[in-house]
Design a protein around this ligand. Structure first.
Ligand code: ADP
Ligand code: GLC
Length: 486
């Protein structure tokens, strides 16, 4: 039987370009699907970092004018991935981030930049001249979400065949909303601007349009799939999602266990596995040194690796910090984002010398060392579609302490008395997402940390969990097959 062909469309793909978990997912899922008879080609924008890493590039399609300049679709390989790269220099070749300039302001032409990505996806989805069309187009987040719209409206006549479409929601807080005046410039026909299409309170909603039209919608955990159908977490799209709940499902993210393996991780000072947990001490010492932390604190060393935004609950952590320190603990934080939060974190560092350390910026290598050396990894998010750092924590023996929301609720078993007695606990959860509950969880963790044997069993249990892509990849494969068979 020949492979099922999937076009995965994403705005970031590890290791080529990454700002968060979406890149990890888009980068790892294709490799996990290959053994299951699913051949994935990944379509992404031709940012400078991406263009520089291509192997065997070959133009397979050209547009004389794609929203203001010439563009080419380049087939290539990189990092073991089969790629289609949209090389549109007027849209992507600039220094700065994928979504923002170097001052943190959104690129003013993001509508064009990501409509172009989706339009290219629709062209490939409809079948390039001389190329095979994919069976499924899988669009990730708002940046790719117009793909089903363009497939339906722009290619209706030419399409030799329309592939099945999936939109995956990695974070419903980002929806891609733009003024209605962009409809014609974005080559959206008037028929697309309706309540069943991209129209959203008089504006154009990229994610909204994709959710309205996709054959199937997934999100990255079963709990988040339920949460986004309610007004508290649906961010305005809950009604549409309830209406489409029969085609909405939650599939947990996995971890690339080749990249995230404490036994071989080159970013660690000391590699280790479950029988050699004591070797973690050397990573902890290195971490303390890197963050300017005292080496005699009696409590747990807590780490945070996070975007600094209100989603991630860093303000709650700052408020609960005195409790962690009163318990003898320390904090090492690696984060990038909100400038006001950085200022507050820096102030906390000054207030608690030797107890609180912070590195601002993005550092992939350091993020590994933090998982390999911290006693506990903190994820106090207000909402968290899946979350990956708690999964890395499980795999590295950094016991996760998380808010009971979204994928955090689905991946960690709280060390309550019943779970401890049954021998199933893998971390700590707190609810509601509020300072007092976080403080109580920090105190519980510090208390258990003093019970070395129990703490070690929690670490070992987490390390033994299967957080790989094996199960989730099988679920995606089943979904692709079901949709392609229709
Ligand atoms: P989100 O995608 O919402 O940011 P996830 O937990 O799904 O959250 O994924 C975040 C990813 O980005 C993880 O791989 C994490 O290690 C990484 N990460 C976040 N902030 C940083 C940082 N400042 N430096 C290095 N890696 C980071
Ligand atoms: C988003 C979410 C995060 C999730 C990631 C990958 O960035 O915020 O929870 O793990 O996407 O799916």
């Amino acid at each position: 039987m020949s492979d099922l062909r999937v076009l995965s469309v994403a705005s970031e793909v590890f290791p080529l370009i990454k700002t968060g978990g979406l890149a990890d997912v888009a980068g790892a899922l294709p490799g996990a699907l290959a053994p299951l008879g699913i051949a994935v080609t990944t379509l992404l924008p031709g940012y400078p970092q991406v263009m520089d890493q291509l192997f065997r590039p070959k133009a397979v399609q050209r547009w004389p004018d794609l929203f203001g300049g010439p563009a080419a679709l380049v087939s290539a390989e990189a990092a073991g991935l089969a790629l289609l790269v949209l090389d549109a220099p007027h849209l992507y070749r600039r220094s700065g981030g994928p979504y923002q300039d170097s001052h943190g302001a959104d690129w003013t032409d993001n509508a064009q930049r990501f409509a172009a990505l989706a339009l290219a996806a629709a062209e490939v989805g409809g079948g390039l001249p001389g190329g095979d069309a994919p069976d499924v187009v899988h669009a990730h987040d708002w940046q790719a979400a117009l793909a089903p719209i363009y497939l339906r409206f722009a290619r209706a006549e030419q399409a030799r065949r329309r592939p099945a479409t999936i939109v995956t929601i990695h974070n419903i807080a980002f929806q891609g909303q733009f003024p209605a005046s962009l409809r014609a410039p974005l080559r959206l026909p008037p028929e697309a601007f309706t309540i069943d299409g991209v129209e959203y309170y008089g504006r154009i909603g990229f994610l909204k349009g994709g959710l309205a039209l996709a054959d199937h919608i997934t999100t990255v955990s079963p709990t988040y799939a339920i949460e986004i159908q309610g007004s508290e977490m649906g961010m305005g799209l809950e009604g549409l999602l309830r209406h489409r709940s029969h085609v909405l499902s939650g599939i947990l993210n996995g971890v690339d266990i080749g990249v995230w393996n404490p036994a071989t991780d080159k970013h660690l000072v000391a590699q280790y596995d479950a029988p050699r947990l004591d070797d973690r001490q050397r990573n902890k010492a290195a971490l303390r040194q890197r963050f300017g932390l005292a080496d005699d604190a009696p409590g747990p060393l807590a780490s945070v690796v996070s975007r600094l935004s209100s989603q991630k609950g860093m303000d709650l952590l700052l408020a609960a910090l005195p409790r962690l320190i009163a318990e003898g603990g320390q904090l090492a934080l690696l984060g990038a984002g909100d400038a006001a939060l950085q200022t507050e974190i820096a102030a906390a560092k000054t207030r608690h010398p030797g107890r609180v350390g912070a590195v601002f910026g993005y550092d992939e290598g350091l993020s590994h060392l933090m998982q390999g050396g911290a006693d506990t990894i903190l994820v106090p998010s207000r909402f968290e579609p899946c979350g990956l750092t708690q999964l890395y924590g499980l795999r590295y023996g950094a016991v996760p302490l998380v808010a009971r929301v979204g994928g955090l609720a689905d991946t960690i078993i709280d060390a309550n008395d019943a779970a401890l007695a049954a021998g199933v606990a893998t971390g700590f959860q707190f609810a509601p997402v509020a300072v007092h509950a976080l403080e109580a969880a920090l105190a519980r963790a510090a208390h258990l940390y003093r019970d070395r044997a129990t703490w070690r069993r929690i670490q070992e249990r987490g390390m033994a969990m299967d957080v790989s892509w094996r199960r989730p990849a099988a679920q995606y494969a089943d979904l692709y097959k079901t949709l392609a068979d229709r």
